[in-house]
Design a protein around this ligand. Structure first.
Ligand SMILES: [Zn+2]
Ligand SMILES: [Zn+2]
Length: 408
């Protein structure tokens, strides 16, 4: 079975792996395949269970706070509604997309694909459906939202009695199952079940690798649709350098307002208190919630900065045709792509505790101008790590290997 490594472009002959074995690319050291010993049936059970639990997690209250005989509850959607009503439109739309809509679509599509494969049906649109579910994986964030809930709970619990409600318990299980399905889904087995890899084109024929499913096809297929996942076949992602550069510049431009302007504003007995990212971290340390303080420092300061600096390094090294640290840069690129979604924790915390702190005249909470700037930094850097093509670093650094997509 031959595949084209999507990290460095090299053609690889993959052996049949036994359970719990890993295949590593000998050129860029990326993981090509990992078998986890779980069947498609187990992955299907996991996906359906997550999908089912998303309903109570969305429609039942997550947490509630009581003060002077009044009770306020937080639902997954109520933070979105309050943000929208307070005219934080970008924030409301993006939180709704990541925390509510994308999880339903992702697990709906995944359950459908795995059920069809399990039942032995292979309609032509199955690969396209699986590609969408794979692409939505990073954007469906019940697990990141759960961490936002834990931080919100920690902050509030220090000053007010907070109760976790039925929806909260369902969210905890759904988020754990979401993480489990990310860790255990054997994507290559599913791709093979949809459309098995074919024998290599005859020697000397130039080839092209699909960037999504890594199927190897003759180079003459460029521009047509991949027969397995239906993405348009390109030797490299189109305009990857320019698009990534534009998104990185936009990310840097918004990083400053995201850090110097407050993320949230509380009004306590008529007095406005504003919290920048750094104030939120300080507060957590003052409340002796050290793990949460370290967590927010990592997700809100370290990860966005690491993403922007890493992408800048990749772009500069392509520009200078650098042959150095290619394996390290490829690994970092994969890490940045994987970790980017966790930067949303602080924004989700605001969406969780805003509906809980609505006691007019006593205490109210809301987002502030830093929050939309920050979520846009997260989105721009996440999109940048998707538009970037790590194979360009190998093309630029090792031009002699550019024939690596050629079938020897
Ligand atoms: Zn590779
Ligand atoms: Zn494909």
């Amino acid at each position: 079975m031959t595949i084209a490594c999507s990290h460095c472009g090299t053609l690889e002959e993959l052996p049949q792996l036994a359970s719990a074995e890993v295949a590593i690319c000998p050129v860029c050291d990326s993981r090509l395949e990992r078998t986890n010993g779980r069947s498609i049936t187990a992955a299907l059970a996991c996906a359906i269970a997550t999908l089912v639990l998303l309903f109570p997690a969305n429609f039942l209250p997550l947490m509630s706070v009581s003060m002077l005989g009044m009770t306020r509850q937080s639902h997954l959607g109520s933070g979105v509604v309050i943000l929208w009503n307070h005219h934080w439109v970008i924030l409301a739309v993006l939180v709704a997309a990541f925390a509510v809509i994308a999880p339903f679509v992702r697990f709906g599509l995944l359950s459908t694909v795995l059920a069809m494969v399990h039942l032995g049906h292979r309609p032509r649109w199955l690969g396209r459906l699986f590609r969408w579910s794979v692409r939505l994986d990073r954007w469906a964030m019940p697990d990141v939202y759960l961490i936002g809930c834990i931080v919100g709970y920690g902050r509030l619990e220090a000053v007010l009695p907070v109760a976790i409600d039925a929806g909260g318990f369902c969210l905890i299980i759904a988020a754990l199952l979401c993480m489990l399905s990310r860790a255990t889904l054997d994507a290559r087995t599913v791709w093979r079940a949809i459309y098995p890899e074919r024998a290599l084109p005859s020697a000397g024929v130039a080839t092209i690798g699909c960037e999504v499913c890594e199927l190897v096809l003759p180079a003459t297929s460029e521009g047509s649709l991949c027969p397995r996942c239906a993405v348009r076949l390109r030797a490299r992602k189109p305009d990857a350098f320019v698009r990534t550069l534009a998104l990185v510049i936009a990310g840097y431009a918004l990083l400053l307002p995201a850090n110097i302007y407050p993320m949230s504003t509380d009004t306590q007995f008529g007095v406005r208190v504003q919290y920048r990212i750094v104030d939120g971290i300080e507060d957590l340390f003052h409340a002796h919630l050290y793990p949460l303080g370290v967590l927010i420092f990592c997700t809100s300061i370290a990860i966005p900065l690491l993403k922007l600096l890493g992408l800048t390094w990749f772009l500069v090294s392509i520009r200078h045709r650098s042959p150095h640290h290619l394996v390290l840069k490829t690994r970092l690129c994969h890490f940045i792509d994987e970790i980017g979604r966790w930067a949303n924790v602080d924004v989700f915390t605001i969406a969780v505790f805003t509906p809980l702190l609505q006691f007019p005249g006593i205490v109210t909470a809301g987002a502030s101008v830093g929050a939309p700037a920050f979520i846009l930094v997260v989105v721009f850097t996440m999109v940048a790590s998707r538009t970037f093509d790590p194979r360009l670093m190998w093309d630029a650094g090792l031009p002699l290997q550019s024939g690596q997509t050629e079938n020897p």
